[in-house]
Design a protein around this ligand. Structure first.
Ligand code: FE
Length: 203
C-alpha cells in the first residue's frame, strides 16, 4: 500500500517535515496554492470551481470516480505550459483536458482520467446535440468554445458518443457549467481526500 500520502500530516493537514509527498499531498497543495487564482475570468477561483463541480456530482449521487473526475477536471490548468490566461487572450487551445488527464494517469485509472480528457470535447458535443446548451455557457466558456473548435459536426458527435467514458464526460461537463456560482458554499479538498485515496492505483 502506498503510505506516502498519509505520513505524518501536520496539524493544519499539510505534510510534516521530511515527509515524501504523495500524489494527494501534491494535489492538495495545488488546490491550496495555484487553485486560489482566478478561473478564466469567472466569478469563482479555480479551486472553488473544481470543488463546486465535485460537490454537485456528490449531491447528484454520482459514483466516486465521477466525483473525482469533477473535482480534478481542470487540474491541467495548473500544469499547462500555456496558461489559461494565454488561452483567453491568445486564441490557442491549451489542451488542458489532455494535460490534466495524462498527469492524473500516474495515479488514477481511466474511469477518472477518461471524463477529464473528454470534458472539453463534451462541451463541443453538447453544443452540437442539445439546442440551447450554448446559452448555458458562461461568457468565458463561449470564448474558449471557439478556440476549441466550436460545436461538433454530426459525424464528430457520433464518433464522440462511441468513445469509452463519453457519457461520464457529459455528466462532468454539466457540473462544470454549473460550478461557477460565487455564493455556493462547498466542502474543502480534505472532504474529498478519502474518496481520492480509495481510487488511487496501487502499483
Ligand atoms: Fe471547468
Amino acid at each position: 500500500m502506498n503510505r506516502d500520502a498519509e505520513d505524518a500530516p501536520g496539524a493544519d493537514g499539510t505534510p510534516g517535515a521530511g515527509t515524501v509527498l504523495g500524489p494527494l499531498d501534491l494535489i492538495a497543495a495545488l488546490f491550496a496554492g495555484e487553485g486560489g487564482a482566478e478561473y478564466l475570468g469567472e466569478a469563482v477561483t479555480q479551486a472553488g470551481h473544481m470543488l463546486q463541480a465535485a460537490a454537485l456530482a456528490e449531491d447528484a449521487g454520482a459514483p466516486d470516480h465521477l466525483v473525482a473526475a469533477a473535482l480534478l477536471h481542470d487540474v491541467g490548468h495548473f500544469h499547462g505550459a500555456v496558461t489559461g490566461r494565454d488561452l483567453m487572450e491568445g486564441g490557442r487551445d491549451n489542451r488542458h483536458s489532455h494535460t490534466g488527464a495524462d498527469w492524473l494517469a500516474h495515479w488514477f485509472g481511466p474511469e477518472v482520467t477518461g471524463p477529464v480528457r473528454l470534458h472539453v470535447a463534451a462541451k463541443r458535443y453538447l453544443c452540437a446535440v442539445e439546442p440551447g446548451y450554448s446559452a448555458l455557457l458562461s461568457e468565458a466558456s463561449v470564448h474558449t468554445l471557439r478556440v476549441q473548435g466550436g460545436p461538433m459536426t454530426g459525424a464528430q458527435a457520433r464518433a464522440f458518443e462511441a468513445l469509452p467514458g463519453a457519457a461520464d464526460a457529459v455528466a462532468v461537463r454539466r457540473w462544470d457549467e454549473e460550478a461557477k456560482d460565487p455564493d455556493r458554499a462547498t466542502p474543502d479538498f480534505a472532504h474529498f481526500r478519502p474518496m481520492l485515496e480509495r481510487l488511487l492505483l496501487r502499483g
